[in-house]
Design a protein. Structure first.
Length: 72
């Protein structure tokens, strides 16, 4: 995988979001346009970096995130 990446602004940065694919919620820490290819042919993808309640971060496609439901 290449070391090339670019930070992308996003309206949900530093807000609680939900990963639609896994159902996991956390705080959106960054959105990065990354070259995710390991074949040498560039393949760019916007990845959302989300920090869950345990402090661990995970990634998902930025198209998989939505605002988390607010608790009363």
């Amino acid at each position: 995988m290449s070391d090339c990446y670019e930070y992308v602004p996003h309206r949900l940065l530093r807000r609680r979001v939900r990963d639609i694919a896994s159902g996991t919620e956390g705080v959106l820490m960054a959105v990065i346009n990354e070259n995710v290819s390991d074949t040498g042919i560039e393949r760019w993808m916007e990845l959302a970096y989300i920090r869950n309640s345990t402090g661990r971060e995970f990634t998902t496609a930025v198209t998989n995130i939505e605002p988390a439901a607010q608790t009363p």
